[in-house]
Write a protein that binds this ligand. Structure first.
Ligand code: G6P
Length: 508
């Protein structure tokens, strides 16, 4: 299944918080992204464009190119508005222009309240079940609403009668209903919610929860990764929106003249590209990260790759590693664990504290066990090129994916796709969406049970190579069969099947 967009709607409008291309002045380069073109701004300062390097944004870009559609996103680059027209639009990709990127200009105050505030200190912790981490201020919700309104009215300016609008994620809980009001009746509105949806008991802690549910029921289609989140969403609507009619057999909700289908469609990755990068000449060389840290080629390698986010369970993982080295001294000097951590949302105090906690734990464990020629944990926050990341995936004998909660987790899938030698073992938390599809052939762990976790690490390291191969064969089959392209086709099939026009006609 190629993610080339052959199956996508004719007039596609994508709405997401993160944009696919970002213009930056060269005097302040951003090492996190790949520069693809040297350009100059109107005031003749040198500029470059960063292109998407992974995940959904990279996967969607060719689809929107194929559809010659429109993508509406927050313009967060310092030169973004030096290149847009008076409607804040720019044609992308640079030098191969095929679609319109409409940038939304957000003030610092808007970003603080909408992105750092309501999105990431209310919805993010709430949906992941960390209600004690919710830090809510009422004005944040006003900004969240205002930003959702601005995106919705931008959609209104670009939508045609036959458009399909596809909204991404929790930054836009109110936008769907606002979009519905701003576009012709014949337009299809769909959304993918990339993070978990909590139980009614947890959702009770959500400020403005009712308004949020009403906003989401402006969608014709609302998709989650797994059926648990679908069930939770239906439960929340049943409980907190009494006038909604919930059809439990068909997973359909009728509310305020609109009908919303709620579906579970687990997301995949562009497996081919990880496979290709893992086989590339760059990745076949030894990982330069491991070389830089003097990790012996003889060492058995474990790996963790995560954003520095309190949902990822890194401290518990480190505690399990410490227990492992304590109880299995024969592995000291023989086994090295590599943790790649990507700083994220660092303006939020909880994220700063989390980073400190992780770094301190790594230092302490290293001081406890290290020798002159070996350190138990190699920790890096450096940006890694895709080939370097894939070299690490390929080299890792054991991959540890142990979030406390995770909507899906794509890293587990990346590891599998890059395991081209077929002999790696995956330790997978039983609390991530990916567990539904991969759990049966991974080593399943409760990420908080330190003793069991340590035993599992030992088990993974002691597993026979036939057993690893047998499991990895199945895992690879699942990841390649259910890749990003097939996930997207599934979304577009659902959207098409809604047949909004027929529904409207039948109402007349
Ligand atoms: C999660 C969210 C995405 C988000 C990503 C990175 O995966 O579901 O929407 O883009 O985290 O977080 P950031 O806040 O940097 O966009």
């Amino acid at each position: 299944d190629e993610a080339d967009g052959a199956n996508c709607p004719d007039s596609l409008i994508v709405v997401s918080n993160r944009q696919p291309y970002r213009h930056e002045y060269d005097d302040e380069p951003d090492s996190e992204r790949t520069e693809i073109a040297g350009e100059r701004s109107a005031d003749d300062r040198p500029m470059s464009v960063d292109e998407p390097t992974g995940g959904l944004t990279a996967g969607l870009d060719p689809v929107v190119q194929h559809a010659q559609g429109t993508w509406i996103a927050w313009g967060d680059g310092d030169a973004d508005f030096a290149v847009t027209d008076d409607q804040n639009c720019v044609a992308v990709p640079p030098k191969a222009e095929s679609y319109t990127l409409r940038r939304i200009d957000l003030s610092e105050e808007a970003v603080d309240s909408y992105y750092y505030g309501f999105s990431n200190q209310v919805l993010w912790p709430m949906c992941h079940g960390f209600t004690d981490r919710i830090a809510y201020q009422p004005n944040q919700f006003d900004w969240y609403r205002r930003v959702n309104e601005r995106f919705a009215s931008a959609v209104g300016e670009h939508a045609r009668a036959d458009s399909t609008v596809w909204v991404q994620d929790y930054h836009f809980g109110l936008a769907p209903r606002l979009i519905r009001d701003a576009v012709p009746d014949t337009v299809t509105v769909a959304q993918f919610w990339h993070i978990p949806w909590p139980t009614p008991q947890t959702f009770r802690a959500c400020p403005a929860g009712g308004e949020l549910l009403e906003g989401l029921l402006g969608n014709d289609l609302l998709a989650f990764h797994v059926t648990d989140y679908v069930e939770n969403f239906l439960d929340c609507v049943g409980r907190y929106l009494p006038s909604a009619v919930v059809d439990r057999n068909r997973n359909i909700i009728h509310y305020d003249g609109e009908t919303t289908s709620v579906v579970a469609t687990p997301m995949g990755i562009d497996a081919e590209s990880y496979d290709r990068d893992a086989r590339s000449a760059g990745a076949k060389r030894r990982s330069s990260l491991l070389e830089a840290y003097d990790v012996s080629p003889e060492n058995v390698v474990g790996l963790g790759v995560d954003r520095l986010d309190y949902t990822k369970g890194i401290p518990a993982r480190l505690a399990a590693l410490e227990r492992f080295f304590e109880t299995n001294p024969e592995w000291r000097g023989e086994f090295t664990f590599v943790q790649k951590a990507t700083p994220s949302r660092t303006q939020i105090p909880a994220y700063q504290r989390y980073g400190d906690r992780v770094r301190n734990a790594v230092d302490r464990i290293n001081r406890r066990f290290e020798t002159d020629s070996w350190r138990p944990i190699v920790y890096t926050e450096d940006y890694l090129e895709s080939t370097e990341l894939c070299a690490l995936y390929r080299r890792a004998d054991v991959m540890v994916v142990s979030p406390l909660v995770d909507g899906m987790n794509l890293v587990a899938q990346e590891y599998i796709a890059a395991s081209v030698d077929g002999d790696g073992a995956l330790l997978l938390s039983d609390r991530v969406g990916a567990n539904e599809r991969l759990g049966s052939h991974a080593l399943s762990i409760d990420p908080t049970d330190v003793d069991e976790f340590a035993d599992r690490i030992n088990e993974a390291l002691s597993m026979s190579s036939q057993d690893r191969q047998r499991r990895m064969d199945v895992l690879r089959q699942r990841v390649f069969e259910n890749d990003l392209g097939s996930w997207m086709n599934e979304q577009f099939d659902h959207m098409r099947r809604l047949d909004r026009k027929a529904a409207l006609d039948s109402r007349k």
